[in-house]
Design a protein around this ligand. Structure first.
Ligand code: ADP
Length: 487
């Protein structure tokens, strides 16, 4: 198949709007598809905090065809690494400081905001006379696109195939039944075999039902979401569509995350020479007020502080770990205020050995990846996870729970063959977590040769964007071939 026109619709795209890994993946995917010769356009809402100095308004105000009538919005245009990025400006919904909400509370009208965005994304194609071959929607925020492409009369756009990617199964996007008239979709969709669930509209359900191809961000997560434990109530539907569902592992942006040329870290290094990593460790210890001890095992965490990440269990056992083992611990994160407070309390009780920074800090994130010896990620579930991949590339061995993408990307240490790229445990309880950290600790102190061999191996892993982009291209071809053929 020749060059394709691909629209990537998402609530986040780096560097413009980022809350988590979704932003990095969308932007990197756009770039890598562009490098492979495809015509890519990313579209996202123009949130108030986005810097407009490098963006330009596009033409006259644009009509958005809502179910209740028309609205006028403005389309803006920018570029990121040569890729076209379009933005929907609409003060009523996006003129606020948050992306999804503020002070930990989601906006109550998120369903309106993102259904408006989805329809505006469609109208922007007609408006700019750019008709995509494939519309690739990400998570529930743009999940109405596959539904609208099939159930609305869009003329030129009805020919576009749709791909829906699930970055996180936990957020479905519930809306009241009025959504259908609000956005102009037929009332017949308010049915358990369509988009209805528990008396409301479940946007992700619609996306899964209508997309020509469904992907999620790791092979194991693609299996897990078909089970009751991880399917969040949509496991039956995903099983029904299993033939059209695949897992494509996220990639790492090698221009941003490479210890060889990362400008944010104390010294550069590679798997051939790890000397620079020692300097990064010293720089991290100094910055965070940890005692400067080049030999102590330093464990890092960078994370949203939410239940998914399992860090409450780390908090429970942190004093035991610190009392029993020769380790230091550094955490960068923000989220649940209770968890933030608990980590801060540990930091003041173990000054010099535990350092906690609450907030979002890109430079510090790079310094932790480079300076720590191990990286802890005990997630309850993890669709893909990026930090364990960054960690491996920086020779920082991940200690992870074997779930989703963590399972696919981290190979457990095998003492017999002295091989692996990290330490994996399965049951998320205090004992398993404690024992696995102790195992990493004993490997570091007592089998240093193995630890170093694992670091060098991990640093050479291939998480390149080409691999990811080629897998998505196959998914697009599949979607084009099967467009409109499934029930
Ligand atoms: P998720 O998308 O569930 O948050 P991922 O591991 O897939 O988890 O991606 C998280 C991304 O956000 C990574 O790029 C990580 O470095 C970054 N990140 C998360 N919290 C912070 C923080 N407090 N400061 C800096 N970067 C952060």
């Amino acid at each position: 198949m020749g060059a394709m026109k691909i629209l990537l619709a998402s609530a986040e795209a780096a560097p413009f709007a980022k809350v988590g890994g979704l932003a990095d993946v969308v932007s990197l995917l756009g770039r890598s598809l562009g490098v492979l010769g495809h015509e890519v356009r990313i579209i996202l809402p123009l949130y108030a905090p986005i810097d407009r100095s490098n963006l330009t308004p596009y033409g006259q105000p644009m009509i958005v065809n809502m179910g209740y009538g028309v609205e006028f919005c403005r389309l803006w245009r920018g570029k990121n690494f040569g890729i076209e990025v379009f933005f929907i400006e609409f003060e009523k919904y996006f003129g606020r400081c948050g992306i999804y909400g503020e002070s930990g509370e989601g906006y109550r009208d998120n369903w309106e905001r993102f259904s408006f965005f989805s329809r505006a994304a469609i109208d922007s194609c007609d408006f700019t006379n750019w008709i995509p071959d494939v519309v690739h929607a990400h998570d529930w925020h743009s999940g109405l696109l596959p539904v609208m492409l099939r159930e609305q009369r869009l003329y030129r756009l009805n020919g576009a195939a749709s791909v829906f990617t699930i970055h996180n199964m936990a957020h479905h996007g519930y809306a009241p039944p009025e959504l259908l008239s609000f956005i102009g979709l037929p009332q017949k969709l308010f049915h358990p075999f369509a988009m209805e669930a528990f008396g409301a509209i479940n946007i992700m359900k619609g996306a899964i039902l209508y997309a020509d191809k469904i992907t999620t961000v790791s092979r194991t997560y693609a299996d897990e979401i078909k089970t009751r434990a991880h399917g969040c109530g949509l496991d039956g539907l995903l099983t029904y569509r299993a033939a059209d569902l695949i897992g494509i592992c996220n990639a790492v942006d090698g221009d941003i995350w490479s210890p060889k040329n990362d400008p944010m870290i104390g010294a550069n290094f590679s798997h051939k020479n790890l000397a620079g990593k020692k300097k990064c460790k010293a720089a991290l210890q100094e910055k965070m007020g940890l005692s400067t001890d080049g030999d102590i095992l330093l464990i890092g965490v960078i994370s949203r502080l939410v239940e998914q990440k399992g860090l409450d269990v780390v908090c429970d056992i942190l004093p035991n770990l610190l009392n029993d083992l020769r380790i230091q611990f550094v955490l960068l994160g923000a989220g649940d205020p209770i968890l933030e407070g608990r980590f801060m309390a540990h930091a003041s009780n173990y000054a010099g050995r535990i350092a906690v920074k609450i907030g979002y800090d890109d430079t510090l994130a790079h310094m932790i990846e480079a300076g720590a010896d191990c990286f802890l990620m005990p997630s309850r579930y993890e669709p893909c996870g990026l930090n364990q991949m960054y960690s491996m590339l920086y020779g920082t061995l991940p200690i992870v729970r074997g779930t989703g993408g963590l399972c696919d990307s981290v190979e457990n240490y095998d003492e017999h063959t002295s091989s692996g790229s990290g330490f994996v445990f399965h049951q998320l309880d205090r004992e398993a977590l404690y024992n696995t950290i102790r195992w990493a600790c004993s490997t570091y102190y007592e089998r240093r040769q193995d630890f170093m061999a694992m670091q060098k191996y991990a640093m050479q892993k291939d998480f390149s964007m080409d691999k990811m982009a080629n897998a998505y291209l196959k998914a697009y071809e599949y979607a084009i071939d099967s467009h409109g053929k499934h029930a």
